[in-house]
Design a protein. Structure first.
Length: 235
């Protein structure tokens, strides 16, 4: 009787959100195939029919979870703000790296949900790629096209370049969060953003990007060269 009274206190929207939260934990821990709607109903303390009242199928529930996480994360809008802010390429891409990494650190369950969907090879993985990932690629690709036209970046396929950049960031995140890399090296997002951006920009630049420290190293090496040549002459 107490359970029934508790159910009546939930509005339809609150009940829907409760189901999403319970299902998120189960899907992220067990995968899509490893989780049943009956198990979700038991954990949420509702009749299984209540789940299908809110979500026509298990796949619709899984997709609703992904959509909510993307919406709350605001990644697309934040990426657009960073790319349109007018900073230098180095500032721009460092901020992109930091945003993506911090977002994934704050909510690692999204990475797990997407990895499960890809490994289990169901349609949600390709659907996510088409609806969301291609948008991220295009946002960065548009920025790259602009820099190519200005002569700052070398002529290169902008979408492939965008994939390369995001690939570095996402792979680092997966190693840290999913495969336990953080237990060995707990890298700070700022440090990662500096390294990733330097590597990527060095490959993209029409003329080499050189940091002050790099310039000092070159000067020091240049000063050593005559000394080495002198020693060879003396011999």
């Amino acid at each position: 009787m107490g359970t029934i009274q508790q159910q009546h206190r939930f509005s339809a929207e609150d009940r829907r959100q409760q189901i999403i939260e319970v299902a998120t934990d189960l899907f992220a821990g067990q995968g899509y195939e490893g989780t049943t709607t009956r198990e979700i109903a038991q954990q949420a303390r509702v009749n299984e029919a209540i789940i299908f009242r809110h979500f026509p199928s298990k796949e619709d529930l899984y997709w609703a979870i992904i959509e909510q996480k993307i919406r709350l994360g605001g990644t697309k809008n934040r990426m657009r703000e960073i790319l349109e802010a007018g900073g230098t390429p180095r500032e721009t891409f460092q901020k992109l790296v930091q945003h993506i990494l911090r977002r994934r650190i704050d909510d690692p369950s999204l990475s797990r949900l997407l990895l499960f969907s890809a490994l289990e090879n169901h349609t949600l993985s390709s659907r996510f790629f088409k609806v969301y990932v291609t948008e991220y690629y295009e946002l960065i690709a548009d920025y790259i096209r602009q820099k190519v036209s200005e002569g700052s970046f070398r002529a290169i396929d902008p979408v492939l370049a965008a994939r390369g950049f995001l690939g570095m960031v996402v792979y680092h995140s997966m190693i840290q969060d999913l495969f336990g890399g953080c237990k060995l090296n707990d890298y700070d997002p700022v440090q990662v953003s500096e390294v990733v951006t330097t590597i990527w920009l060095d490959g993209m630049a029409a003329t080499q990007f050189v940091d002050e420290e790099q310039e000092k190293d070159k000067i020091a090496l240049g000063a050593e060269a005559p000394k080495k040549q002198l020693r060879k002459t003396e011999r």
